[in-house]
Design a protein around this ligand. Structure first.
Ligand code: TYC
Length: 102
């Protein structure tokens, strides 16, 4: 096609690569009081884990002190941290959810 001068392709090739947004690990901290069943429920309901995986992750937090629930963009991670901490407080459990940049 003599009218196609490939400008579209040239523009694409010249476009600089955009940086990927930073990712954040959402973590749960161990404590001495939150029931194991409650932590498993949180991991299933807010982080989409099967009961088997949620139980494994809960026990890892229980023995290691901290565990990763998932990795998300900043906005999603912040929302999950807020929702999980509000949910735990509503149920009078001290369970602490936090996040750290990957
Ligand atoms: N350590 C708690 C107990 O013995 C269970 C627990 C697991 C609490 C994971 C918090 O993030 C946590 N009942």
């Amino acid at each position: 096609n003599p009218f196609d001068n490939d400008n579209d392709l040239a523009v694409q090739e010249a476009k600089p690569k955009l940086q990927k947004p930073p990712l954040y690990k959402v973590i749960l901290l161990n404590d001495d009081f939150t029931p194991m069943d409650f932590v498993v429920e949180v991991l299933m309901d807010f982080f989409g884990m099967s009961e088997e995986l949620a139980t494994q992750v809960m026990l890892q937090i229980h023995t290691q002190g901290v565990g990763v629930c998932g990795t998300y963009t900043k906005d999603v991670a912040e929302t999950k941290v807020t929702i999980v901490n509000e949910y735990s407080r509503e149920h009078q459990h001290p369970l602490l959810c936090s996040m750290e940049v990957v």
